[in-house]
Design a protein around this ligand. Structure first.
Ligand SMILES: NC(=O)c1ccc[n+]([C@@H]2O[C@H](COP(=O)([O-])OP(=O)(O)OC[C@H]3O[C@@H](n4cnc5c(N)ncnc54)[C@H](O)[C@@H]3O)[C@@H](O)[C@H]2O)c1
Length: 335
């Protein structure tokens, strides 16, 4: 039996708690939130002790795995303490609200034998896995370029419900660090690391509601020679499906409408779908439970978890570069 704790009992913690609950070989031993009401409610539901201080949770129940589901600016502090206490860490994206903090955590983690995983769960979508397999097979030939779009909806109420989400000091950014970070991760995973980045980010609609950007354009020159261009916004009227199109000499690979399509010599074929049985598709996808399952399954392997801090730092480097080029980082903000 592996023991686990969840720190930060807000929206996303529900998926982590459900995934832990569904695993017969994992025992939840504590929950923590600075809001005692939230901690106590989850504690009652799962029959475990509630804490309002993660340090006390770590001392009292000594979990083997800590899920970090707090606001961004608390990720590194909680993850550091968990590593210090000898626990493995499964953390929500982003690694930190600043790149500087993320790098500190990466340095600390190098000296620790425990594993650190980052929740880029979209890599577990059937469509993402199928696209990666096509690229691995070289069916597209040399990649010439890619485009991606995140047209999402985050109204004022989303930020008013949890004001940390709209502030530089607690979120470290807006649509890029919070929503489109998954698509940045997919672009890097599918096309390789960035050699250089250009971009602009701005607050176009939610001015006066949030400090951070609601819209951004990012151009990544990948070391492979391919260029990808991402457009991301939280100003759309609904959450549209993420789109990615990758063009190669011999074909086109496309993610649209929750399905992946390959166009080649023999025409256009659907190669994967993220739809679940019955046609439903949960908003965050099934990726979370698959990633959590996989993290636990690999705990006794020698290698680090395959989506770790190195992967988590790359999107942070990209978006910090865009923020710097846009001149929107608050004075004194660490790069
Ligand atoms: N992977 C995904 O698809 C996905 C989706 C949504 C959110 N997230 C991430 O999950 C994290 C949480 O987001 P959310 O929307 O659930 O936020 P939220 O505001 O709904 O919940 C965060 C909770 O953490 C608590 N908290 C704050 N500081 C704390 C501390 N020091 N110790 C313990 N608890 C603390 C807050 O009181 C709150 O209850 C963020 O990193 C966010 O980016 C990831």
């Amino acid at each position: 039996m592996i023991t686990a704790a969840v720190v930060g009992i807000g929206d996303i913690s529900a998926l982590h708690l459900a995934a832990i609950d569904a695993k017969p070989d994992v025992e939840l031993v504590g929950v923590c939130d600075v809001d005692s009401g939230r901690a106590e409610e989850a504690a009652r539901t799962f029959g475990v002790p509630a804490f309002t201080d993660h340090g006390e949770l770590l001392r009292r129940v000594r979990p083997q795995v800590v899920h970090v589901t707090t606001p961004h600016h608390e990720h590194v502090r909680v993850a550091m303490a968990a590593l210090e206490a000898g626990a493995h860490v499964l953390m929500e994206k982003p690694v930190g609200h600043t790149l500087a903090e993320g790098l500190q955590l990466a340095e600390r983690a190098l000296a620790a034998p425990q594993k650190v995983g980052v929740a880029f769960q979209n890599r577990y979508n059937p469509t993402a896995a199928a696209m990666r397999a096509v690229l691995d097979s070289d069916a597209l030939g040399p990649i010439t370029g890619a485009r991606a779009a995140v047209w999402w909806f985050r109204p004022a109420g989303y930020y008013q419900a949890a004001p940390w989400r709209g502030r530089w000091a607690s979120a470290g950014g807006g649509v890029l660090i919070n929503q489109a970070i998954h698509t940045l991760d997919l672009l890097v995973w599918l096309l390789g690391p960035p050699a250089s980045v250009r971009g602009r980010a701005a607050t176009l609609v939610l001015t006066g509601v949030i400090e951070v950007e609601d819209t951004a354009t990012v151009v990544i020159e990948h070391t492979s020679g391919a260029r990808s261009t991402l457009f991301a916004t939280n100003t759309h009227h609904t959450n549209a499906d993420v789109e990615i199109e990758i063009t190669g000499r011999d074909g086109i690979l496309k993610l649209a409408g929750g399905e992946a399509w390959l166009t080649g010599e023999s025409g256009t074929h659907r190669i994967a779908s993220d739809m679940q049985a019955g046609g439903a598709r949960s908003y965050w996808g099934r990726g979370h439970s698959l990633l959590i399952e996989d993290f636990y399954a690999r705990l006794d392997q020698r290698e680090p978890f395959w989506i770790g801090l190195a992967d988590g730092l790359v999107p942070l480097q990209i978006l910090r570069e865009v923020y710097a080029q846009s001149g929107i980082l608050p004075t004194g903000s660490a790069l």
